[in-house]
Write a protein that binds this ligand. Sequence first.
Ligand code: FAD
Length: 477
Amino acid sequence: MKTTIVWVRRDLRIGDNAALDYAAGRGAVLPVFVWDPAADGDWLPGAASRVWLHHALRDLAAAYRAMGLRLLVCRGETIATLADVLRRSGADAVVWNRSYEPAAIATSTAVKSAVRAAGAEARSFPGAVLHEPPTITNRQGLPFKVFTAFWKYCAALPPPAPLPAPATLTAPAGKPRGVSIDSLELLPRIRWDRPMLNDWTVSAAGARAELEAFVNGSVEDYADGRDRPAVRGTSRLSAYLHFGQLTAAEIMARARRGNQPASGGAEAFVRQLYWRDFAHHLLYHFPHMPERALNASFDRFPWAESADGDGLLAAWQRGETGYPLVDAGMRELWATGYMHNRVRMNVASFLVKHLLIHWRAGQSWFWDTLVDADLANNAMGWQWAAGCGVDAAPYFRIFNPVLQGERFDPAADYIARWVPELSALPAKWRHKPAAASAAILREGGVRLGRDYPRPVVDHQEARASALAAFATLKARA
Ligand code: FAD
C-alpha cells in the first residue's frame, strides 16, 4: 500500500484539510510535524504562540490516536528531516497545505525540490484562506490595495466548500521514531502561562464550542457588539484560525448556516474573515510588509529618537500609561494573550501617535504576547494603525483614548475589570482619573501617581507633536 506523508504546519486539524483528504484517498497516512525554529526566519512563534502550539499539537496527536494513527513529531531542519522521514518510512509522497508567508513559501519550494529529487511525489493544496492570494487580482492583473474592492471581488466568487473529515485513516506499516511534544520545549520554564490558559480551551473541541456559542449567541448583534470590549461580542476564534484548528471556510459556512441567507450580524462577521484574507493577500504580494511601511514615504518618519521612547515603551507594555483604556487593553493582553480589536486599534494608535514609537516595536510586543499572533494580520493591523499601510487609517486621524473609552465602554466595565485600582471611581471618572477632583479620587481610593499613574503624555500636546511629525513627511514629499 502507498504511504503519504502529510507535512503538518499551521493546519492542526483533521477536518477541511485538503492535503489529508488527498493522502487518505491514496492509502496509508503518516502525519509529520517538524519543529524547526530556523525555518520561520525572524518570525519564530512568540512566547504565547508557542504555548498555544504545544497544546494544539497535543490535541491533534490525540485526535490522530483516536483514528489509529500517530502524529510523528520531529525536531530539526525541515528539508533534511522530511527527507529522512521519507527514506525511513518507505512513503512515496509528501503533501501539505499551502501557507502564504514568505519564509513558509521558501521552505515549501525547497521541500518540493528535495522530495522530487528523492523520486517521490510532492504536492501542495490550497491553504486556510477563503481564496488563494495568487488567484485574486484586479482588472489590471495587479494585487488589490483597497479592502472594499478586494471584498467586492471576492464576495462575487463561489464560497469555498469545507471538506468533511476523512471517515477512516489507515496507519502506515513503518514506524519511524520521533520525539515527544514536551521535548520541543514550547512551554516556558517559569510557568507564567497557566493563568493565561484559564481563558482558553486549546483544542478542536474548544474551537467548535467557541464557534457554536458565537453563532447561537452574539453573532446576531455582531455589527454593534464587535465594538464593545466589555462584552463577548466577537467570536474569539483568531488563535484557532491562526493555528488552523478551524478554517475560515468552516466558520463562514457555519455563520451563514449553510446556504441560508445570512443575517446582518453574520454578514458583518463574514466581512471580517475577508479582512483576514486581505491581510494574507497583502503579505503574499508585499512580503516585506512586516518589516517596511507599504507607504514608503513613512521610511522618513521622525520616530522617537530612542527606540524605547525613553522608557515609555515599557510603560505601554505594562499598562501604566495613565490612559485607562490603553492600560486595560495592555493588561488584558498580558493576562490572557488576547486583546479586543477596538482596544488593539487604540493601544496601537497610542504607541505610534501619542508616543511616536515605531510601529515595529508594537508589532514585536504583540508578536510575543498574543496567542493569535499572525504575521499577516499583525503587520496589517500595525500598518493600518500607523497610517503607513495600504488602505490604512489616515495618519492625521488620532484616536483620543478617553473619548474612545466613553464611546465604546460607556459604563467603564472593561476598564474596571482590567484596571481594578480604578473600579471604585464613578464610571465617568474611570475614563479620566487625572481629570477627577481630589475629593472624587479620595472617595474612590485612588492616589494618582501612586495607585495609578498620571498620564505619561498630555493628549493635546501629543496630538500636536504627531501632526507636526506627519507634516515633515508632506513637506519633504
Ligand atoms: P472576530 O471579530 O470574531 O473576527 C473573526 C475573525 O476575523 C478573527 O478571528 C480574525 O481572524 C479575522 N479578523 C477580524 N478582524 C480582523 C482584522 N482587523 N484584520 C484581520 N483579520 C481580522 N488578528 C490576528 O488574528 N492576529 C494578530 O496578530 C493581529 N494583530 C493585530 C494588531 C493590530 C494593531 C490590530 C489593530 C489588529 C490585529 N488583529 C490581529 C486583528 C483583530 O484585532 C483580531 O483578529 C481580532 O481581534 C480577533 O478577535 P476575534 O477572533 O474575536 O475576531
